[in-house]
Design a protein around this ligand. Structure first.
Ligand SMILES: Nc1ncnc2c1ncn2[C@@H]1O[C@H](COP(=O)(O)OP(=O)(O)OP(=O)(O)O)[C@@H](O)[C@H]1O
Ligand SMILES: Cc1ncc(CO)c(N)n1
Length: 271
């Protein structure tokens, strides 16, 4: 059986985040990757030098080229940049009846560059969030979407509950940005209960694209038919290996290692 996943996101010329991170991750997890570009960024480990958004027509036609012929088992969104692109994506998801929509609500790059216009947050809430299967905000994104300021585990739980009330099926609040210096913990709310996925917080600046990679790994697992709990658990292992075995490329926030998890798994199978 061949499983397919589509990413609707921006291109990162530096190869660590965006479309490039997504496709590499799909491939590593044995899922055929497809893409619709929303913007091209001139970007490296030091920051985003420029953003060139695609037209709404270009986004629409890339998605319909895939929808009219190839179909997909799951899809994820990353950088969507503006409200018009968000509405176009929502319309396509609705028209094709795609159910496994994973929203990674990318807003700001690690260096501070805006990847989503401020006024587009309400379009995401109104049009896209209600169609989603999972949403995977980091802490600042969860705050912007819910209006809840997050400084404790209790706040994270409240924000996750609110996201489900706002129309998604599952919410995962990623803990990369929280204050805990020992652990990186992600919180899943499945509509009934909470599960925390925790790992050692690795002391490295090479975390460019961690969010994209994590949500792409979840998307690949969901495309293959795994449950939400299995998908989050596997994605957490994938991103931990990718950060742990970093590549030391560039002089700023370097990319993670997308092949580290495969190598690690291969080694444990040999033993
Ligand atoms: N230093 C770290 N050590 C271990 N895991 C980490 C670390 N930083 C982030 N993570 C993990 O990486 C994943 C992504 O989390 P994060 O909150 O950094 O996403 P993000 O801000 O959307 O990333 P980005 O915008 O750079 O793509 C989560 O599973 C989180 O727990
Ligand atoms: C294109 C793109 N998407 C997402 C992110 C967030 O990591 C980024 N830096 N660049």
């Amino acid at each position: 059986m061949i499983y397919k996943a589509l990413t609707i996101a921006g291109s990162d010329s530096g190869g660590g985040a965006g479309i490039q991170a997504d496709i590499k991750t799909f491939q590593e997890l044995d899922v055929f990757g497809m893409s619709a570009l929303t913007a091209v960024t001139a970007q490296n480990t030091k920051g985003v030098q420029n953003v060139f958004p695609m037209t709404v027509q270009a986004v629409k036609e890339q998605i319909s080229s895939i929808g009219d012929d190839m179909g997909t088992d799951a899809l994820k969104t990353g950088m969507l940049f503006n409200a018009d692109i968000i509405k176009t994506v929502a319309e396509a998801v609705h028209n094709y009846g795609w159910e496994k929509l994973i929203i990674d609500p990318v807003m700001i790059a690690k260096g501070g560059a805006p990847l989503l216009q401020n006024e587009a947050v309400s379009a995401m809430i109104q049009y896209l969030l209600p169609l989603s299967y999972v949403i995977t905000p980091n802490i600042p994104e969860a705050e912007a979407l819910t209006g809840i300021s997050i400084s404790s585990e209790e706040d994270k739980r409240k924000a996750a509950e609110k996201l489900v009330k706002m129309g998604t099926t599952f919410a995962v609040i990623k803990g990369g940005h929280d204050q805990d210096t020992f652990e990186a913990s992600d919180l899943l709310f499945d509509g009934e209960s909470f599960t925390v996925y925790s790992s050692e917080r690795l002391p490295t600046a090479n975390t460019h694209g961690t969010g994209c990679t994590f949500s792409a790994a979840m998307t690949a697992q969901l495309a293959k038919g795994h449950s939400i709990h299995e998908a989050v658990s596997e994605a957490k292992k994938f991103i931990q290996a990718a950060i742990e075995d970093d590549l030391k490329i560039g002089s700023g926030h370097g990319p993670t290692n997308h092949w580290a998890y495969r190598r690690k798994r291969g080694m444990s199978l040999e033993n």
